[in-house]
Design a protein around this ligand. Structure first.
Ligand SMILES: C[S@@+](CC[C@H](N)C(=O)[O-])C[C@H]1O[C@@H](n2cnc3c(N)ncnc32)[C@H](O)[C@@H]1O
Length: 264
């Protein structure tokens, strides 16, 4: 039996590591890291810090593989057919990379760990990819998912928010999905993966009734927070975001859009 642990390491603060995550990390013989490139050096640094703190014994092997390139040009072109081809091809190449890593680096009886940003259940493809890859590999494999503190939880804590109003739903979605407006039947929408700053171009009528609670680099020393009526703070967030992105070379931000923020 070979075991693969998918460990949520939290959204940026090394203290986000849960005791369960620490215990899982301590079981790993091999730690797999997908290197997302230079712009994300800070993310790699967090992983290194976590490993140094929780595995000072160094009794594991670190296997780093470069992230598989995705043709972002086609993504921008928003040509639906071509976009699908690009994604399928990218997923195939990623699956090949994981298959290769797992079969060559993990011996029978060994335990491997993937360190995953935030929580493995939220906008992270590692578990899906492992399902797909392990389906085609010989031998017995077990996969365990270890929950982590997501950027959504970190955002809520930073703004001291309860995400749902009493007995009401929340929607967690992407910037792409709210480009034309937020659904009429949801009053609380958490937006992730929003490179296009969709909050700034929502229909004017929606903007007028929304508050935003925005956070970038949550949990890190560079954390940025802005909150207020969307129309009042929209320009401020755009300016703060652009400046931070320029300074850091990358940005990760998440926000809550709330209709009727004065009602509890
Ligand atoms: C690929 S998803 C991964 C989400 C992750 N699994 C989680 O549980 O937070 C990346 C998105 O998460 C959000 N995110 C992750 N870490 C963040 C942080 N420290 N501050 C703000 N947003 C963050 C951003 O919306 C970013 O675009």
């Amino acid at each position: 039996m070979r075991t693969v642990l998918v460990i949520g390491i939290g959204a940026g603060d090394p203290d986000h590591m849960t005791l369960q995550a620490v215990a899982a990390l301590q079981r790993a013989d091999v730690v797999f890291v997908i290197d997302k490139g230079e712009a994300r050096d800070d993310l790699l640094a967090l992983r290194t810090q976590i490993l140094q703190r929780h595995r000072p014994d160094g009794g594991y092997r670190l296997v780093t593989a470069p992230e598989v390139d995705r043709d972002r040009g086609a993504e921008v072109a928003r040509d639906a057919g071509r976009y699908r081809d690009v994604v399928v091809d990218w997923q195939d190449r990623r699956a090949d990379l994981y298959r290769e890593m797992l079969t060559t680096e993990l011996a029978e009886g060994a335990t491997g760990a993937f360190l995953v940003w935030g929580d493995p259940s939220l906008y992270d493809g590692t578990l899906r990819l492992l399902d797909r890859v392990l389906d085609g590999i010989e031998g017995e494999w077990a996969v365990e998912s270890i929950a982590g503190i997501s950027s959504v939880a970190a955002l809520a804590a930073a703004h001291r928010l309860i995400l749902n109003r009493v007995g009401r739903p929340i929607l967690i979605t992407t910037g792409r999905r709210i480009a034309d407006g937020i659904p009429a039947d949801v009053d609380d929408v958490v937006v992730m993966l929003d490179g296009r700053t969709a909050f700034a171009t929502l229909p004017a009528q929606q903007r007028a009734e929304l508050h935003i609670y925005w956070g970038a680099y949550l949990g890190t020393p560079d954390e940025l927070l802005v909150a207020g009526p969307l129309d009042e703070v929209r320009e401020e967030i755009l300016a703060v975001r652009a400046a931070a992105r320029e300074r850091m070379g990358w940005i990760m931000d998440t926000y809550l859009l709330r209709r009727g923020a004065d009602e509890r």
